[in-house]
Design a protein around this ligand. Structure first.
Ligand SMILES: CC(C)(COP(=O)(O)OP(=O)(O)OC[C@H]1O[C@@H](n2cnc3c(N)ncnc32)[C@H](O)[C@@H]1OP(=O)(O)O)[C@@H](O)C(=O)NCCC(=O)NCCS
Length: 181
């Protein structure tokens, strides 16, 4: 692994390595997303593009077995250079319960320390408690307020079964507050 790929020091206790995704991870990431409802599934090609073009703002957590236990996709919106927009967060069922999602988010922000990020934005369904608790914990660690507003209502998502996607905005914060957990 190159220094450029390694996002944060390995978790010594669990043996988890946080690193930037590579194109070879695309198919495994696609399967992980499929195994993590209620996340929307996308083509493997879409995940290959994330690995190829957005690896600097995405992270995979690789467990001791060498399998991908977690994934976060994120990007800096072109019109908002101070925002890290987090798209999908997934933790394999076998790895849940030890706040791996929050640890991935901390590792990712730590990796972005040279960038002028002062906000994290994400969308979250109204009933996704684990996801909400994850972002609340990040806001607490960043000592930053968290605001919730409407973003995409279910009709825009073109699917009767889809919940509204509400925007959570954490910040402003000092990026140095979010060190690896
Ligand atoms: C959301 C997700 C990534 C979190 O995984 P994780 O990091 O292993 O999360 P944990 O199991 O450690 O739970 C995080 C917090 O939520 C709480 N929690 C988890 N499931 C819960 C539930 N069903 N009800 C209430 N609280 C719950 C935990 O107790 C923990 O709280 P704490 O920090 O106060 O101890 C994972 O559940 C997942 O992949 N879900 C499916 C995909 C998804 O919904 N992604 C998020 C949308 S972008």
């Amino acid at each position: 692994m190159t220094v450029d790929e390694l996002i944060a020091p390995s978790d010594v206790e669990t043996g988890t390595v946080f690193r930037a995704p590579r194109r070879e991870d695309g198919a495994a990431i696609s399967r992980l997303i499929g195994d993590c409802p209620p996340l929307d599934t996308n083509s493997t090609y879409a995940y290959l593009l994330l690995c190829e073009h957005f690896s600097q703002t995405c992270v995979v957590a690789v467990g001791e077995s060498g399998e991908i236990d977690g994934f976060v996709s994120a990007y800096i919106p072109p019109q908002k250079p101070d925002v890290l927009f987090v798209w999908q967060v997934a933790v394999n069922e076998r790895a849940r319960g030890s706040r791996l999602a929050a640890r991935m988010l901390h590792a990712l922000v730590w990796r972005c320390a040279a960038k002028p990020i002062r906000y994290i934005e994400t969308t979250v369904g109204p009933d996704n408690i684990a996801s909400r608790k994850t972002f609340e914990a990040v806001a607490l660690a960043a000592e930053a307020p968290i605001a919730e507003t409407a973003l995409f209502d279910a009709t825009l998502l073109g699917d009767d079964a889809h919940e509204d996607e509400r925007l959570l905005r954490i910040g402003p914060f000092d990026i140095d507050m979010l060190t690896p957990l």
